[in-house]
Design a protein around this ligand. Structure first.
Ligand code: 5GP
Length: 204
């Protein structure tokens, strides 16, 4: 029997650059994982292609998919639905290929429940680590702005606790390298590798 693929979930706060990082990863021909194209009810942006960037659906079509339990997860984000097709994900994992999801945080939470042994990577904004420094050294921000930034930062840090790894998106290329390195390491994790060896002994 073929070993199952790894479900890789890249998520993080809105505006952190998840889409950019994902596109960069998949622009490299050596990328060995499969991107799961999401469904959405939002209108295509200029240059976006149905079946490449997203599967563009009407609200009625999307709601039918929810009812038929065709989605591994879904969320409403800025007035539109976004969701991951469950059949594609399960079939591709069964084929032994790694599947890569790039989704927002509510969706990631749902996936964690269904795939607790997935690999969850949180993409963090560099502003989080820069925040304190900036506030302290510049002293130019009003108290309101500082408080607001601190609240947002606190929420973002709280989001992290669901994830296995945190990658700071300080520079796109470096963030991509770290993500790929994490995937390689995850494949070598003892819990994942051990069953293969145990099976080998059973055959002997
Ligand atoms: P955009 O409209 O800019 O393409 O995407 C908006 C947000 O939706 C991004 O944060 C993106 O990661 C997220 N997103 C894209 N596809 C999915 C999906 O299938 N499920 C969920 N939950 N979020 C998604």
């Amino acid at each position: 029997m073929k070993e199952k693929g790894l479900l890789i979930v890249l998520s993080g706060p809105s505006g952190v650059g998840k889409g950019t990082v994902r596109k960069e990863i998949f622009s490299h021909p050596d990328t060995a994982f499969e991107y799961s194209i999401s469904m959405t009810t939002r209108a295509p942006r200029e240059g976006e292609v149905n079946g490449v960037d997203y599967f563009f659906k009407s609200r009625e079509e999307f709601e039918a998919l929810i009812k038929e339990e065709k989605l591994l997860e879904y969320a409403e984000f800025v007035g539109n639905y976004y969701g991951t097709p469950v059949d594609y994900v399960r079939e591709t994992l069964e084929e032994g290929k790694d599947v890569f999801l790039e989704i927002e945080v509510q969706g990631a939470r749902q996936v964690r429940k269904k795939f607790p042994d997935g690999l969850f990577i949180f993409l963090a904004p560099p502003s989080l680590s820069e925040l304190k420094n900036r506030i302290v050294t510049r002293g130019t921000e009003t108290e309101d702005v500082i408080l607001n930034r601190m609240t947002v930062a606190k929420e973002e840090i709280e989001m992290m606790n669901l994830y296995d790894y945190v990658v700071e998106n300080d520079e796109i290329e470096r963030a991509c390298e770290r993500i790929k390195a994490i995937v390689v390491a995850e494949h070598c994790r003892r819990e994942r590798v051990e069953p293969r060896y145990i099976k080998m002994l059973e055959v002997e």
